[in-house]
Write a protein that binds this ligand. Structure first.
Ligand code: ADP
Length: 469
C-alpha cells in the first residue's frame, strides 16, 4: 500500500516538475561541457600547429641541426613536463628529441605515421602517458622532406576544467533537484487549491442539502471555470431533484384520488348491504376508475420508453390529411355536446413517415385539450399545412382560456397542470406524451397562446422522415 501522500496529484506533479527541471539542467550542463571542452581542444591543437609551422620554417632555413637545437630550447622554455618534440624518419626511426625523461612511455603512433605518408597533412592523437595519468594531445606533422615532427602538449588545462566541472555539476544538480522539488510542490499545491475547494463542497452535498456552492474567484482561469461549471451542475441537479419531488407528489395525488373513490364506493355498498344492482354499479365504477389508473400508468411507461429511444415505433407512410379528418369525425359528437364549433381544413396529399397509432394519440391529446379548455360557444379548428417547406404542420386552434406565459414553459412537463385545483379531468401527461411522440418522429409540438384569447398547438413533422430517434 502506497502512503497517501505518494498517491496525491500534488506529489506526482512535483515529481514531474523536478524530473523535467533536472533533465533540462543536465542537458544544458552536457552541452556546456562539450562546447567548452571542444574550445579547449581546438586551442591546444592550434598551439601545436603553430609550433609545427615554426619547426618547418627553421628546418628549411637551418637544416636538421637547427631544428634539433630549437626543439631542446623550446621544450626547456615551456617546461619539459608540458611539451616535447621528436624528429622521425618516415620509417618511424627517431633521430632527434627534446628532453624525454617525463615522456619516455610515449611511443611513436604507427597508424598516425601511416596516415601522414598516405597524404594527410596533420594527424592528431589523444593518448595517456600512463594508465590513470593525465592525457596528452600529440601532433604528427611533415616538417620537411623526409622529416616528421612528433610533438605533444600535456592536457593539464583540460583536466583542470574537467575536475572543476565535475565538482560544479554535482553541487549545481543537488541544488537544482532540491529547488525544483520545492518549487514544484509549492506550484502544484497552489494550482490544486481550487480543486480542493470543489472536493470540499462536493463532500458537503448530500441528498437533502444541495445548497452548498463552490466560491468563484472571478479570475477567469481554469479553476474559476471549473467552479462555475460545478455550480451550474449543482443548480441543474437541484432543479431536477425539485421537479422529481413535485412529480412524485403529483403521482401520489393522482393515484390517491381514484383509489379513495374506489374504496369509498366499495365501503358504502358494503355498509348499505345493497341489492345486486348496487353491486353491479360498484363493479362498473371500479372498472372505470381502474381503467383510468391503468391508462395513466401506461402513458407514463410510453413517455419513459419513447424518451429513452425505446418506443418501439413502427414507421410507415401516413396520410396526415386522412388521419386529421378521422379525428375530426371522432370528436364531432363531443364538440356538439359541449356546444363548441369544430372545423377542419384539410387539403389532401400531406404524407409523413410515422407510427400511425402514436401520431393519432398525439393529435387526439391536443384536440381533447382544445375542447376541454374551450367553453361553450367557443370554436376549435384544425389546419394542415404541407407547403412550402419540407415539413407538415398540424395546427389545433381554440378560442379557450389561453395559457399564461409562465405556464407555457412548463405545460409540457410530466404531471404539470395549470389549474392548481385540478378541477378538469386529466393527469397532466397529455402534452408531455404529445411532445415526446413528435420528437421521436424528428418533429416537435409548440404552443402560442393569449390568456383569454385562445391557444394554438402545432405539431410539426418532417415530410421525408425515415429516422427513428
Ligand atoms: P391535462 O390532462 O391536465 O389536460 P396536459 O398535459 O394535456 O394535461 O395539459 C397540461 C396543462 O396545460 C393542462 O392542465 C391545461 O391547464 C393546459 N392546457 C393544455 N391544453 C390547453 C388548451 N388548449 N387551452 C388552455 N390550456 C391548456
Amino acid at each position: 500500500m502506497m502512503p497517501k501522500l505518494f498517491r496525491t496529484l500534488a506529489f506526482r506533479l512535483t515529481l514531474w516538475y523536478a524530473g523535467i527541471f533536472t533533465v533540462s539542467s543536465c542537458v544544458a550542463f552536457i552541452l556546456f561541457y562539450f562546447l567548452v571542452s571542444r574550445t579547449i581542444l581546438n586551442r591546444i591543437d592550434q598551439d601545436l600547429l603553430d609550433k609545427a609551422n615554426g619547426f618547418s620554417a627553421v628546418l628549411s632555413m637551418k637544416g636538421v641541426t637547427g631544428v634539433k637545437n630549437l626543439a631542446v630550447l623550446e621544450a626547456r622554455a615551456a617546461g619539459e613536463k608540458k611539451i616535447f618534440f621528436r624528429l622521425l624518419y618516415p620509417n618511424g626511426q627517431v633521430f632527434a628529441t627534446s628532453h624525454m625523461a617525463y615522456w619516455k612511455n610515449l611511443r611513436v603512433g604507427e597508424e598516425a605515421v601511416k596516415g601522414l605518408i598516405s597524404g594527410k597533412k596533420n594527424v592528431f592523437e589523444t593518448v595517456a602517458l600512463r594508465p590513470d595519468s593525465q592525457r596528452v594531445r600529440v601532433l604528427y606533422h611533415f616538417s620537411g622532406p623526409g622529416v616528421i615532427l612528433q610533438t605533444g602538449l600535456s592536457m593539464e588545462t583540460y583536466s583542470h576544467f574537467f575536475v572543476a566541472f565535475k565538482r560544479v555539476f554535482i553541487v549545481a544538480m543537488a541544488v537544482v533537484v532540491l529547488l525544483s522539488a520545492l518549487c514544484g510542490w509549492f506550484l502544484s499545491r497552489k494550482a490544486l487549491a481550487g480543486v480542493g475547494a470543489v472536493t470540499e463542497t462536493a463532500s458537503r452535498i448530500s441528498g437533502s442539502n444541495l445548497d452548498a456552492r463552490v466560491p468563484e474567484t472571478g479570475n477567469q482561469d481554469e479553476l474559476d471555470y471549473l467552479a462555475k461549471t460545478f455550480n451550474k451542475m449543482l443548480d441543474r441537479i437541484a432543479g431536477l431533484v425539485a421537479s422529481i419531488r413535485e412529480m412524485s407528489d403529483n403521482i401520489a395525488h393522482d393515484l390517491k384520488s381514484p383509489i379513495t373513490r374506489i374504496r369509498g364506493l366499495a365501503e358504502i355498498t358494503l355498509v348499505q348491504g345493497g341489492d345486486r344492482q348496487a353491486f353491479e354499479s360498484m363493479a362498473a365504477s371500479t372498472i372505470e376508475e381502474s381503467d383510468r389508473l391503468l391508462d395513466m400508468i401506461n402513458t407514463m411507461l410510453v413517455i419513459s420508453r419513447a424518451d429513452a429511444g425505446e418506443g418501439g415505433f413502427r414507421f410507415e407512410p401516413v396520410d396526415v390529411s386522412a388521419l386529421v379528418a378521422e379525428a375530426c369525425d371522432l370528436f364531432a359528437p363531443v364538440a356538439e355536446d359541449k356546444g363548441v364549433g369544430l372545423e377542419c381544413s384539410v387539403p389532401g396529399g400531406a404524407q409523413v413517415m410515422a407510427d400511425i397509432g402514436m401520431l393519432q394519440r398525439c393529435l387526439t391529446n391536443l384536440m381533447d385539450n382544445a375542447l376541454k379548455y374551450t367553453p361553450a360557444r367557443g370554436r376549435v379548428w384544425i389546419e394542415v399545412d404541407a407547403d412550402p417547406s419540407d415539413r407538415v404542420e398540424i395546427r389545433v386552434h381554440d378560442t379557450g382560456e389561453g395559457i399564461g406565459e409562465e405556464d407555457r414553459g412548463r405545460i409540457f412537463e410530466r404531471f404539470y397542470r395549470v389549474d392548481p385545483s385540478r378541477s378538469e379531468a386529466g393527469a397532466g401527461l397529455g402534452l408531455c406524451l404529445a411532445r415526446v411522440i413528435a420528437r421521436s418522429h424528428g418533429g416537435d409540438v409548440t404552443v402560442s397562446s393569449v390568456v383569454n384569447g385562445g391557444s394554438c398547438f402545432s405539431i410539426s413533422l418532417p415530410k421525408g422522415n425515415l429516422r427513428v430517434i
